[in-house]
Design a protein around this ligand. Structure first.
Ligand SMILES: [Zn+2]
Length: 169
């Protein structure tokens, strides 16, 4: 198991917390000097906040930890390719490196629909790795949406879940 895979397992654990709360299962962590300094899972439904994506929550937590320090030498791990909002936040935070699991064909902004994190017109570009533990990350999504369809869980409220209307449907 590579180091990236090892950290992605932590992001998957966050995603599982979202799953347990009937949220679209997406999880993120931020690693700095071999330590997790921020974690988050999708809480769009729980908080009734369309911006409560896993990455945003992890970035806010890590920023509090870093205080005045920048996100130097930080890596953000997330189970699903970030959307335009989160990709924008990653650029604004100047996070040097991003690792994601599954690509998001409906909302991915790190190579699929857009590539905001590597756009030369912006003043920060992110080193990007994708497809890390992809099978596990997408299996969790598929399983979640299957359950939404077949159980009484009902449709997530408040519009599109994080990650958009799923391909995994
Ligand atoms: Zn997002």
């Amino acid at each position: 198991m590579t180091e990236d895979e090892r950290w992605m397992e932590h992001a998957l654990r966050e995603a599982e917390l979202a799953y347990k709360r009937k949220e679209v299962p997406i999880g993120a962590i931020i690693v700095h000097k071999d330590r997790i300094i921020g974690r988050g899972y999708n809480q769009v439904e729980t908080l009734k906040d369309p911006t409560a994506h896993a990455e945003m929550i992890a970035i806010t937590a890590a920023a509090a930890h870093l205080a005045n320090h920048r996100f130097e030498r930080c890596t953000l791990y997330v189970t699903l390719e970030p959307c335009a909002m989160c990709a924008g936040a990653i650029v604004l935070a100047r996070i040097p490196r991003l690792v994601f699991g599954a690509a998001d064909p409906k909302a991915g902004a790190c190579g699929t629909l857009f590539n905001i994190v590597q756009d030369k017109r912006l003043n920060h570009r992110v080193d990007l790795a994708s497809g890390v533990l992809e099978a596990q990350c997408s299996a969790l999504m598929k399983d979640f949406f299957k359950k939404v369809r077949t159980s009484g869980m009902g449709k997530p409220q408040g519009g599109e879940p994080q990650g958009g209307k799923p391909e995994w449907n």
